[in-house]
Design a protein around this ligand. Structure first.
Ligand SMILES: [Zn+2]
Length: 407
């Protein structure tokens, strides 16, 4: 393929994702369902305002990103940066790491103001934000350190594979990335999560007794010490519950905000939902799906990385593995957006199944009132546009979940 053909395909892919996102956001913004869901009785005016603020903010950010990437491609900025890092005369691996390091630093400078605005303006205005400037800064530094260490090592290994192995490097990368993902998931609740949050053991009392009794009836062997209360309230007022890790590192995490806002029966229904995910092996199944995705992705990468015209399309004169990775990422991100509709669909189905499990093993009215409260409290959109749900929702809209439970 000629460089210009590549360039046109690349621009079409990037523009398509931007336009689809724009259209879906506008549809969601103005969406008024003709048949009102009977279970929507509550006042959702605040949710709608929160939604509109977020859509406007999202579109502004997407536009800035879109224009930035277009300008970078059209002025040939990747080539300029490449010539600069090559000037140091380091080997291909170190040059690659330096190249990505500088890019990440630039990305960080562009993205941080958006993140500050989102946390301290939007989230604050709607009463969610409890993060102090100090916590925000510490979070930023911790995740930066994590990226430098894990990202740096991961990148170095991928570059070494491509430099040394040749044709089958993508397969080695896939095995490595899959193992890395499983490993990260395994250590996440015990080593990574505690870097950001305190996870206290649930104290003795009626809630602990009720959960213990429920787990016994379901023949689930999670140690009671592995049910942890997370200090989410130091950052946000939103409530959350999730199951993380597997094997002996498995943790059932409930946010302290959840404990504050829900009754014991509702919390038990939420715990039952999480146990549903566990019983039906949703986490390992999702892992398999992700690894199929990364397999296809890396195979595609191995095809384009061999074509020098692919590099010329971006104005890059010298081909290299690291630039190949970056250029591929630029076109792959929009492709992944469409691919994620499949993973999102599966994820939504799992949520319905977990709700069903909860409703079968605890009084279904408890899950209904728990969901109702979560929806109102977290200001979720009560009536999202179906196309928006199809493309981007990993969880079904709250009202659909309630309707399903009620049958
Ligand atoms: Zn769930």
């Amino acid at each position: 393929m000629q460089p210009n053909t590549y360039l046109i395909i690349i621009l079409v892919i990037i523009a398509t994702e931007f336009l689809v996102n724009l259209v879906v956001s506008l549809l969601d913004f103005y969406y008024k369902p003709t048949t009102q869901n009977p279970s929507i009785k509550k006042d959702y005016t605040k949710s709608k305002r929160y939604l509109r603020t977020n859509i406007k903010f999202g579109l502004l950010k997407a536009s800035v990103d879109f224009i930035t990437i277009l300008v970078i491609i059209l002025i040939g900025a990747f080539n300029t940066l490449d010539l600069f890092v090559r000037g140091f005369g380091l080997g291909p691996i170190l040059t690659g790491i330096l190249f990505f390091g500088i890019l990440c630093a630039i990305l960080f400078i562009v993205e941080t103001p958006f993140s500050i605005y989102k946390t301290f303006r939007i989230e604050k205005k709607y009463g969610f934000n409890t993060t102090t400037k100090k916590i925000f800064l510490m979070d930023l530094l911790k995740s930066m350190a994590g990226w430098i260490i894990i990202g740096g090592i991961g990148l170095a290994i991928v570059l070494i594979f491509f430099e040394k192995i040749g044709n089958l490097a993508w397969l080695y990368c896939w095995i490595f990335l899959t193992l890395l993902q499983i490993f990260t998931m395994f250590i996440y609740p015990v080593f990574i999560l505690p870097i950001f949050n305190k996870l206290k053991i649930l104290t003795d009392g009626p809630l602990k007794e009720a959960i213990k009794e429920y787990l016994e009836t379901q023949a689930i062997n999670i140690k009671m010490d592995n049910i942890r209360i997370m200090d989410s309230s130091k950052r946000t007022n939103k409530s959350n519950a999730f199951l993380a890790g597997f094997g002996r590192n498995k943790r059932l995490v409930l946010s302290d905000t959840l404990l504050k806002n829900h009754t014991q029966d509702e919390i038990l229904a939420i715990v039952a939902h999480e146990i549903g995910h566990l019983k039906m092996n949703h986490l390992p199944k999702k892992l398999v799906l992700y690894s199929i995705e990364s397999f296809l992705m890396l195979y595609l990468l191995s095809l384009v990385i061999q074509s020098s015209n692919f590099f010329f399309a971006f104005g890059v004169q010298t081909t290299s593995v690291y630039i190949g990775l970056l250029l591929f990422a630029i076109i792959y991100i929009p492709i992944a957006f469409f691919f994620s509709t499949l993973t999102n669909y599966t994820s939504r189905r799992y949520e319905y199944n977990a709700d069903k499990f909860s409703a079968e093993t605890t009084p279904s009215k408890d899950m209904v009132s728990a969901l109702d409260k979560l929806g109102l409290h977290n200001l979720t959109n009560p009536t999202p546009h179906p196309l928006k749900v199809f493309l981007t929702y990993s969880h079904p809209p709250i009202q659909d979940r309630i309707a399903r439970i009620k049958g």
